[in-house]
Each structure stands twice: as structure tokens, then as C-alpha cells.
Design a protein around this ligand. Structure first.
Ligand SMILES: Cc1ncc(COP(=O)(O)O)c(C=O)c1O
Length: 349
């Protein structure tokens, strides 16, 4: 019998989307795939943009769609950080998703970092440190993920407001909120924030909370000062029409996802209790669907082999600051239990 492999290394969603999403696919009008959407004829970007506009109370010109948060982030960085006579600068937290520097590198941008520090069993952004680096480096863009990957900590609304106040309006502020719904189901702050902050872009995803990573669809909200980006990101022939319908169906299933998030919160507490009490282990608090765990350096190679042999694929980090750390994406409760038992069994020897 083939060994079942459980992937818990890329922050995907092991519960999968709700049945109504599969229903959309089953009943889809497949003739749609031969035709571009004609939304633009009605003055709308797309069906999903119109839906998001209504849901979040913002005009469609402030709504943005893309092939995942990945695509929107690449677009905005390429738009504002492209080498143009002088080199442009991107400011990111010292520990963040490796992808941010990679997309700045693609257009010969310079990346600088501000401090993020460990405070007991959690990480915190150093906002004063951010302001200091901002004054020294005068970056063209600040990009922060909240909750942050891989550290799991969030930027509070108060801290975000401090960032906004500290920077000039010609500095673009990008907040990557791919994991935000795990931390906070309340999205009412988005409308006033976008209305008040012309240089702000919020990027969101359907991949994580909604379990639609394979669909490659993401969305965002942009302030009125980002007109260069509004032009840069325009899509004249529309988006993926089936993906849009699936995304809307998922957003309608609030209760389904809330229940999963409740289970994930329970499991984060379980990981902290079960692994956090072992010598040399620190389980960091996380607002997202993954947890960062520091383990004894001597265990890295052996534990990696042991977990792989069991078909439990978790991420063994190997980057600046995180050389003996695991990033474990939360799976179903049964999968999480298996991960905990496996790690404990390895440590027991
Ligand atoms: C912080 C962060 N932002 C964005 C993404 C990409 O999400 P999407 O699937 O919407 O492209 C990821 C994926 O791992 C991520 O970790």
C-alpha cells in the first residue's frame, strides 16, 4: 500500500473548502470557459470585484484582483521598485517571507530590513526600529505581513497607524494580510483605513483561510494615491470566471470556516502544551494557521528523517535566524495529533 503523505509545510488548508464550493464546479456553466467576461461593458472589473465592492463598502476602483497574493505582491513591487535611473528601496521586517526580497531582486531593487525581536514565546515588530531605518534609508516601499510568516505575530491597528503617520505619502505601504482572517474576523477597519490612507495597499488571499490555494486567486484594496499601480495592474480581458464564482461561494460560508479556525486555535494551544514543555523546545504564539517551533540544534537532522519516514512533511527552516526551527502548518485535528505524537516519540528515543 502506498504511504499516505501529509503536507504541512506550505501553510495550505487540510480541511479543504466547503461542499458548496464543489457544487459550483459540478454545476458550472462550462461554456463560460470559451469567453472572456463582459463585466467591463457594465463598468465593472469583474463579478468578484463587484461582490467585494459591495461586501467591503468600497468602490471597485479600490479593489484589486490577482492570481494569488503572490501575483499582487510581485506586481506592486515591480511597479514601484523597478530600477529607473536610481535604485529603489524596499523595507521589510528582518524575518519575513523570503519571497519579498526575491521579487525586489527581480527588478534590481535594494532590500533593507527593520528589527523584529523575540519577546518570550512571541515575536514583535520593532516599530521604533522601523521608524529609525525609514529615516536613514528613505525606502520607496514598506512591506509588512500581518500575521507574519514565519513568526506568526501581527501588527496591531495602532502600530499600523504609527507606521502610516511616520512615512511620507509618496512611500507605498503594503500590508500582506494573507493570514489575517485567522487573527481577526472583523474586517470593518478596511474601509476607513483605505479611505484615509492614499498610499496603502492591503493584500489578501483565498489560499489560506478559504482553502483555495490551487485556484490561484487573491484580492486587495488600494488607496486612491496608488493610481500608477491601478493602471499597472489593470486586466482588460478579465479574470478566471470559474475561480471567481468559487471564491464568492467560499466567502458565503462564514460558519464553515469559523469552525475550522476554532479547531485550529484549540490545536495551537495543544502544540504549546505538548511540545512547549519539552526541554529545548519553544512553541511561539501564532495568529496564523501555522506555528513556529524552536528545537534543539542536535535534533534537526534526525527529526527530519524521522518525520519524512512517517510521511509527515513539515518545514525545517533554514534561513537567517531560523536554523533549528520548524514551521508546522496546522492540519486537521487528527493530523496535528499525529505530528505531536511523532515529535514526542522521536524525543523519547
Ligand atoms: C505571507 C504570505 N503572503 C502571501 C502568500 C501567497 O498567497 P497566495 O496563495 O494568495 O499567492 C503566502 C503563501 O505562503 C504567504 O506566506
Amino acid at each position: 500500500m502506498e504511504k499516505e503523505i501529509v503536507y504541512l509545510d506550505r501553510n495550505e488548508h487540510n480541511y479543504g473548502p466547503p461542499p458548496s464550493v464543489y457544487q459550483i464546479l459540478k454545476n458550472a456553466d462550462l461554456t463560460k470557459i470559451s469567453w472572456y467576461s463582459r463585466s467591463f461593458m457594465t463598468g465593472s472589473k469583474s463579478k468578484l470585484a463587484a461582490y467585494l465592492s459591495e461586501k467591503f463598502g468600497l468602490p471597485e476602483k479600490n479593489i484589486l484582483l490577482g492570481y494569488g497574493g503572490e501575483d499582487i505582491l510581485k506586481q506592486v513591487v515591480h511597479c514601484y521598485i523597478s530600477f529607473d535611473r536610481t535604485q529603489r528601496t524596499l523595507l521589510i521586517p528582518r524575518y519575513s517571507w523570503w519571497y519579498y526580497k526575491a521579487i525586489a531582486d527581480e527588478v534590481d531593487g535594494k532590500t533593507v530590513t527593520f528589527p523584529i525581536y523575540q519577546d518570550g514565546d512571541q515575536f514583535r515588530f520593532d516599530i521604533d526600529g522601523m521608524k529609525r531605518v525609514y529615516r536613514e534609508e528613505k525606502p520607496d516601499m514598506i512591506l509588512i505581513s500581518s500575521p507574519n510568516n514565519p513568526t506568526g505575530n501581527s501588527l496591531s491597528l495602532e502600530d499600523l497607524k504609527q507606521v502610516i503617520e511616520a512615512v511620507d505619502q509618496d512611500t507605498v505601504i503594503v500590508l500582506d494580510e494573507a493570514y489575517a482572517l485567522y487573527a481577526n474576523p472583523d474586517t470593518s477597519y478596511i474601509k476607513p483605513l483605505i479611505e484615509e490612507t492614499p498610499n496603502l495597499l492591503l493584500v489578501r488571499s483565498f489560499s489560506k483561510y478559504y482553502g483555495l490555494a490551487g485556484l490561484r486567486i487573491g484580492y486587495g484594496f488600494m488607496g486612491n494615491g496608488l493610481s500608477k499601480f491601478a493602471k499597472f495592474s489593470a486586466r482588460y480581458l478579465g479574470y478566471n470566471r470559474l475561480s471567481e464564482e468559487i471564491a464568492i461561494a467560499a466567502m458565503e460560508e462564514k460558519g464553515y470556516y469559523e469552525e475550522i479556525n476554532r479547531k485550529m486555535k484549540e490545536d495551537k494551544a495543544l502544540f504549546a502544551k505538548e511540545l512547549g514543555s519539552m526541554e529545548g523546545f519553544t512553541v511561539f504564539r501564532s495568529d496564523a494557521n501555522f506555528i513556529l517551533v524552536e528545537i534543539p540544534e542536535t535534533m534537526v537532522q534526525g527529526l527530519k528523517r524521522f518525520m519524512n519516514d512517517k510521511g509527515l512533511i513539515i518545514k525545517f527552516m533554514n534561513e537567517d535566524g531560523f536554523t533549528h526551527h520548524l514551521r508546522i502548518s496546522l492540519g486537521t485535528q487528527e493530523q496535528n495529533q499525529r505530528v505531536i505524537e511523532a515529535i514526542k516519540a522521536y524525543v523519547r528515543g
